[in-house]
Design a protein around this ligand. Structure first.
Ligand code: PEP
Length: 253
């Protein structure tokens, strides 16, 4: 945790479930959220087509809804894409950008992620920009320089003013059950803070830095207690409401 920063626990539902299942999951999160939302911000990020179903199930509870991607363009002839203004219109407050699965599956570059983050900010959304090294890069001792490069290339100038969030997600820890050591997470988050402060000054001190990669109820509390870990981006465990809420309870103290 960083003193003065309210933790954010975000669920990335990826490409899972029917509309009915999304509504059921959102409803289950809503029912248990009261125990944690006094101290923690909760966010769920369903697939685009389930955003309305999830939002309706959450109703007016203090749980934010976000998307998993957006177009860098505002509107027009971009078949299959969804714009940031459309997400804002659908009730989204956040959008995950540059997830390693999009960088790998869709060839997304730092420059494209930056353009998407600019579009998100212009639409009033909070971008959650994902960064993280591959296993080969970590083994070559390049993890910190890779992440510093992604931060430099993927964050637009207005990032801190828009309360943008950075998520450190080592690619090799996503969906694998493997996590870096607590010392490695702490070292990376300290480096990320240093990069943000060097670029954005004092505003970089207040940027939320999430850790993501095989976070579960059993390891959440220890990870969330590390310096400069201001929340978690949760994949697999966010599909089970009780697990997601247990992780959030780890951030609530
Ligand atoms: C993710 O993909 O953002 C993620 C953190 O996944 P998991 O928690 O399943 O490792």
């Amino acid at each position: 945790m960083t003193p003065g920063i309210r933790p954010l626990i975000a669920g990335n539902w990826k490409m899972n479930g029917t509309a009915r299942e999304a509504a059921g999951l959102a409803d289950a999160v809503r029912q248990g959220a009261g125990a944690v939302t006094g101290a923690v911000d909760l966010l769920v990020c369903p697939p685009f087509v389930h955003i309305h179903a999830a939002s309706a199930a959450i109703a007016f509870q203090p749980i934010a809804v976000g998307a998993q991607d957006c177009s860098p363009e505002e509107k027009g002839a971009h078949t299959g894409d969804v714009s940031a203004p459309m997400l804002a219109d659908a009730g989204c407050a956040y959008v995950i950008l540059g997830h390693s699965e999009r960088r790998a599956d869709h060839g997304e570059t730092d420059a494209l992620v930056k353009a998407k983050a600019e579009a998100a900010i212009a639409a009033g959304l909070v971008p959650i920009v994902c960064v993280g090294e591959s296993l080969a890069q970590r083994e070559a001792g390049e993890a910190e320089s890779v992440v510093a490069g992604q931060i430099a290339g993927s964050l637009p100038d207005g990032f801190t003013a828009a309360k943008g969030v950075v998520a450190y997600e080592p690619v090799w820890a996503i969906g694998t059950g493997k996590t870096p050591t607590e010392a490695d997470i702490a070292a990376m988050h300290a480096r990320m803070r240093q990069e943000l402060v060097a670029r954005f000054g004092e505003a970089g001190q207040g940027t939320r830095l999430l850790y993501g990669g095989s976070v579960k109820p059993s390891n959440a509390k220890a990870i969330l207690a590390l310096p400069h870990v201001d929340g978690a981006l949760v994949g697999g465990a966010s599909l089970v409401a009780a697990d997601f809420l247990a992780i959030a309870a780890g951030a609530a103290g």
